[in-house]
Design a protein around this ligand. Sequence first.
Ligand SMILES: *Cc1c(COP(=O)(O)O)cnc(C)c1O
Length: 412
Amino acid sequence: MSKPQRPGHCELAYFPVVNNQLQAGGQSVAQLAQQLGDTPFYAYDRAIIDQRIQALRDLLPDPIRLHYAVKANPMPELVQHIAQQVDGLDIASQGELTSALQTGIDPRHISFTGPGKGTNELQTAIDAGVILNIESATEMRCIARLAAKSGVRPRLTLRVNPDFALKSSGMRMGGGATPFGIDAEQVPALLKELATLDLECLGFHIFAGSQNLRAAAIMEAQNATLALATRLAEYAPSPVRLLNMGGGFGIPYFPGEQPLDVKPIGENLAQLVEQAKTTLPEAELALELGRYLVGEAGIYVCRVLDKKVSRGQVFLVTDGGLHQHLAASGNFGQVIRKNYPVVIGNKMAGEKTDVVNIVGRLCTPLDLLADKVELPQTEIGDLVVILQSGAYGLTASPTAFLSHPAPKEILL
Ligand SMILES: *Cc1c(COP(=O)(O)O)cnc(C)c1O
């Protein structure tokens, strides 16, 4: 088979290689498989997370608060580990609220976002004293009713659906018609009503998009975010004390993608911090990041169970699959299926001589983990490692589909 002419994945060197073996947390993936009893598994390396957070802090101006969006990876130990290094946690369900509270973080630094929050969830969140990021007028009224019964004054932010979009985002979250937040044009009327209720309005949350690798696009959205918040602040019943600017920082997943350059974003944020001193003098500015903090620190490891040839193509059949890593199969929001970076963890130095397809064990053609990928000669028993798997991996996958046991997760 002729070699495909395609741009490759960018160099990813977070996990060291020793004697041809990919290592995580100081052990080879083969040792980890042995220790865990079996494949498949996810492994997350806290040293890589720590480095990422530190490097980011070094580039961001000090006043910027850094929050972790728990849904990117809600593994309790991992959330616990990250909670000690960030200024807040963003959660989207009662389950995430429970994990967030278990970390011991001050509940005033937890914010609860998401459409369709249930009454019980809202009550729990109000009682816990977390920030409620409201998504609609209905939700605001419900919070006011619940609070009146329990005698607490809830603290909330308004999630604004901005009148602009984050350009070239993997996932757009604002700009047009969306179920997320309150359209910017509806915010003044809502704030007027809010002023009549016994609610404490801290400010705004504006999240314009996700998985962006272009610094210029992120900077443009952040500038527009501060401008919008400044305009809306005129209608607020009290000075804005918190402006959550969302995140959108992406990581390279696919061939041809390059890592995000955070330095200019940090410089731009420093200017915005200065600007906010006059336009929103009481406001703290926050970023909330998910995948950027954890995505590159995780791997998914499965084992080759079978090697078959069909009409000239080689198929490596693994004990993993889309039920455990939906995103790598291309079925979690990709428009055109592309390969995640894949290596053979026990053959890191081998010359890439083969072109193979890597599939899972599900009876569906969707269960494709790598399509015509170049690898060293791979045999039954070898360990397939999918990189960039620390975010939106296990918990973003339909693990019940086909009733295989769930993979293990380990934080190293
Ligand atoms: C999912 C989500 C995030 C995190 O997105 P990433 O792309 O993982 O950084 C941040 N904020 C909100 C409101 C979200 O829904």
